[in-house]
Design a protein around this ligand. Structure first.
Ligand code: CTP
Length: 408
């Protein structure tokens, strides 16, 4: 691959783990350098059993490093970590993945990983049995939860003549994943903006053990928060579902509609964009029983009262330079209902979806939404929730600039 504007001048730390696929990362490094990136190779001690430091020094943009205790650079990990635009682990062995997931920092590569704010791409390679081991599966899920991009191994011939899933992904696949990452970052359409996102379904207590809840998983809201962060915004996420720490988003954990209302009210006035993706309960118990309601006392009468409508409140106090996005989970009359909510709640956009569709809405990873705004409606194709968030936020940012809601 020849010089590419996406890679040009990008500082990439290439971390090499101790697996047979380490020899393939030489080729990956050469391609990244050819594309214009500045590649700093960092090798683990174990990788040196498979490849030589000299090879990486000769083909990298600077000499390869292995040790934390380098005489001419007293704190190499902080320099590498702070300056990196991206860290790529290739191959990422089961051991390296486990150390990274657990936050163990006992060599130059793992300390660099813990010290960085740059995105990290993990290109896994190991024997099939190891890849499928519950500990590896859990560690991969932990890393994905923190926003790490994981490129899964490919199927094929493995060391020792075995065949199965485990081979390091091709350099083409790794490079196209990095390209996509840089392209998204290149579209920093929310740079300098403050964004508030709500996610998850609220829980309204009946007694100390029971609550009124709903089926929202929070996935779409969390995807909006992550995407807003990727697009350069400063993000507050008010959520009822737990989100791993260290994702770069300011997380406020809440449970009920009232708690969400209070948390949102604290920050909303300062925000350029509010995304009300949470499924807020419309009703709560007028009185919460302080003790568990016992069956023996007969069928209880639970008296409900309305919760505050957070979106409607935000719409009524909306600053001039704020864009307000609401959601509408519908089971019929999608567009008409969304338009009614747009008007009644003074929102700028309603992201509407039909929750009766199996591949859209609650708990699944995909969504099919219609964006209702002004006098228009735009149906987006079925896509990953992260892609939906990207499309909606890109569109909204452009709309806000054109309309003059955002002047910078
Ligand atoms: N919403 C809110 N506070 C509430 C209820 C809903 O902020 N108490 C927000 C949701 O976060 C969503 C939008 O309002 O962005 C629409 O929610 P939805 O439940 O679809 O609409 P409702 O207002 O409850 O209307 P309906 O019951 O008629 O569907």
């Amino acid at each position: 691959m020849s010089n590419s504007p996406l890679f040009s001048g990008k500082k990439i730390v290439l971390g090499v783990g101790g697996g047979i696929a380490a020899y393939k990362s030489v080729e990956l490094m050469r391609r990244l350098v050819d594309a214009g990136a500045f590649v700093s190779p960092v090798l683990t001690e174990a990788s040196l059993r498979f490849v030589g430091e000299v090879t990486f020094s000769a083909l990298g943009s600077e000499r390869a490093r292995v040790s934390l205790w380098d005489e001419d650079d007293p704190i190499p990990h902080t320099r590498l970590a702070q300056q990196a635009d991206l860290i790529v682990l290739a191959p990422a062995t089961a051991d390296l993945i486990a150390r990274y997931a657990a936050g163990i920092a006992d060599d130059l590569l793992t300390t660099t990983l813990i010290a960085t704010k740059a995105p990290v791409v993990v290109v896994a390679a190991m024997h099939t049995e190891m890849w499928q081991h519950p500990s590896v599966v859990e560690n991969i899920a932990i890393l994905r939860g923190r926003g790490v991009i994981v490129i899964e191994p490919e199927s094929g011939r493995l060391a020792g003549g075995d065949v199965g899933v485990g081979r390091l992904a091709s350099a083409e696949r790794v490079i196209s994943a990095i390209e996509e990452l840089f392209a998204v970052e290149g579209r920093r359409v929310l740079a300098g903006k403050r964004v508030l996102v709500t996610a998850g379904g609220t829980r309204e207590a009946i007694d100390p053990v029971r609550f009124i809840g709903n089926r929202s998983s929070g996935k779409q809201g969390i995807a909006f928060a992550r995407t807003a962060l990727d697009f350069g915004a400063e993000v507050t996420l008010v959520t009822t579902v737990p989100v791993p720490e260290g994702s770069g988003v300011d997380v406020v954990q809440v449970e009920s509609a009232q708690e969400m209302f209070e948390a949102v009210s604290k920050v909303s006035g300062k925000c350029d964009l509010v995304v009300m993706a949470a499924a807020v309960a419309d009703f709560r118990c007028k009185e919460i029983s302080p003790t568990k309601i016992k069956k023996g006392r007969g069928v209880p009468q639970v008296l409900l009262e309305p919760t505050p409508d957070i979106l409607a409140h935000l719409g009524s106090v909306k600053p001039e330079n704020q864009v307000l996005i609401g959601f509408a989970a519908e089971t019929g009359e999608l567009e008409a209902e969304a338009r009614r909510k747009l008007k009644d709640k003074n929102a700028d956009f309603i992201v509407a979806n039909n929750v009766l569709e199996g591949d859209a809405g609650f708990a699944v990873d995909t969504n099919r939404v219609t964006l209702v705004y002004d006098d228009s409606a735009m149906a987006l194709e079925l896509a990953d929730k992260k892609d939906i968030a990207k499309k909606v936020l890109s569109f909204v940012a452009e709309w806000a600039q054109k309309k003059g809601v955002w002047t910078v």
